[in-house]
Design a protein around this ligand. Sequence first.
Ligand code: GLA
Length: 390
Amino acid sequence: MRTDLKQEFVKQYGKEATKTYFSPGRVNLIGEHIDYNGGLVMPCAITFGSCLLVSPNNENVFRFKSLNFNEQAEVPLNSEHKKVGEVWYNYPVGVIAHFLKDGKKLQGIDMLFYGDIPIGSGLSSSASIEVVTAYALNDLFTAGYSRLDLVKLSQAVENKFIGVNCGIMDQFAVAFGEKNKALMLNCDTLDYQAVDSNLGDYLLAIINTNKPRKLAESKYNQRVQECRSALVALKQELDINYLCDIDGATFEKYKHLITDATVQDRAKHVVAENDRVKLAAKALSNNNLTEFGRLMYASHQSLRDLYEVSGIELDTVVNYAKTNPDVAGARMTGAGFGGCAIALVKKDTFDKFSKEVSAYYTDKIGYAPSVYASLIGDGVGILNEVVSSK
Ligand code: GLA
């Protein structure tokens, strides 16, 4: 993270920031596209994230500036808060609108954002911005929300203000993340456990395909809709609230109720992925990374063939990984349609992995990926005081 942010704030606003907040991005180890189906997921917060520097003003105006984007805005406190095109500050404006709708008393603030999460990479830069804004407002105006309230509020902003029908995983992970832990989150009950992400001789590599994501939001909403149709069909005979309420064997018995073949494939992925997370949790606690890796590959294949959210770029990374004996497993992470893949790579071979995957990918795709060795960090907090959420 940049060290000159405080000076930048002074340059932009002619006064010092009173506080700095940080919220991370996330990767999901396994459990993809099942959070909105009441499933189990296993995300962790990463050390890339978003910083927000603030200074309250007495002008009843919210000022939004970012070191990542050129667009800036001044939004009066007493105005109608609406989404404007595709600009980045829709996220904090949406959060402010939600606080006001809940009757929270706010005052104007000058804000400066800076993030080092590659934008559109599927590492949850949007959840990170939402949660850092919500956390900051809650702290500055003692609004009284719990951490879980902030998660739900940020998800509601994404669903209702931004228009993406995402589940709760991303906002939860960036708010509750803990250093060197993966979160085993039940997206139905919101019970979670922070489990040691003990990767032994391995590290987690993040490979950003650098593919510009187009139409990702509408395709995402389409998948959510397909899952809803599958659920309606199964409910004709099963008393369930979510697709993840059944296991693979039950699905096989009742899948004929889903008459559309594509919708049936979507549901098959969801049910099998949920079963895989349970196995993956067991494998991780037994330090069986070979099994964990096998489940990652199986997850990717299902997302590619049944859920159809991968693509040539992500598949190329995973195809390379399979040729490398020092990789235990790899898969796309997040929504898909481009974005990032993750791989479990033997620590002492990471440099070789990085060079080889870059060369293989560039040869097939025509431009280079970005490869990082990921560190698992803490959730949202005041910078320099980021403490674990428990
Ligand atoms: C995006 C959404 C999440 C989740 C993942 C797929 O990141 O924001 O809620 O659905 O895709 O697992």
